[in-house]
Design a protein around this ligand. Sequence first.
Ligand code: MP5
Length: 217
Amino acid sequence: MSFCADQLARTTSIWELMLSHRFLRETRDGSIAHETFANWMRQDYLFVEAAIPFIAALIPKAPRAHRVALGKVIPALETELELFRERAEVAGVSLDDVTPSLINHGYVQFLLASAYTRSYAEAFTVLYVAEKAYYDSWSVVRDGIDKGSVWYPFVENWTSEAFKGWVEFLQRELDGLADAAGPAERQRMGELFELTAKYELAFWEMAAGGASWPGLS
Ligand code: MP5
């Protein structure tokens, strides 16, 4: 079995919790509270901003064949940030003075630490899982959301044919990196795979439940 198929099977229970999350169901059904979706938008805007230095830190570690593909992600992320700003304007959401929730802070530190301190194959595992989680999650929303919804452009962003192709590319390449890895590195890749899936689930939980830090209101 390929590395990704193996890991996806091993972490099925996490993916099931992620893809059946109430945040996705309520966004799909149109019953999500405006403030709840706005909370996700504000937090994910910070996450996407942090994804830029994550990708930038991966590039010097990347095999030559990956450099152009990774380089193209940076302008794509800038375009994505524009989408957030445009939707925020339309929906009356302020993206100013946002501070990261504990989950967001932890996830971003984890992303950056992976890029700086782990092998390329290990950090690439984190990238794949984060992208796959968003493709799968927004595909759940796509299957039912009103196309006139103010949130629909986010669905289009992460379920487009181009994004699907990107996730498939990442999956093929990650399988290749895992084939070339020794058993110890492959083991670490598996641990990062699971941890990233848990962060993704936790991010939906935080999006639905609020961004305040434990102990503070
Ligand atoms: C992504 C994201 C997808 N925007 N937010 C989280 C919490 N996980 C994954 O990443 P990208 O870079 O926006 O496609």
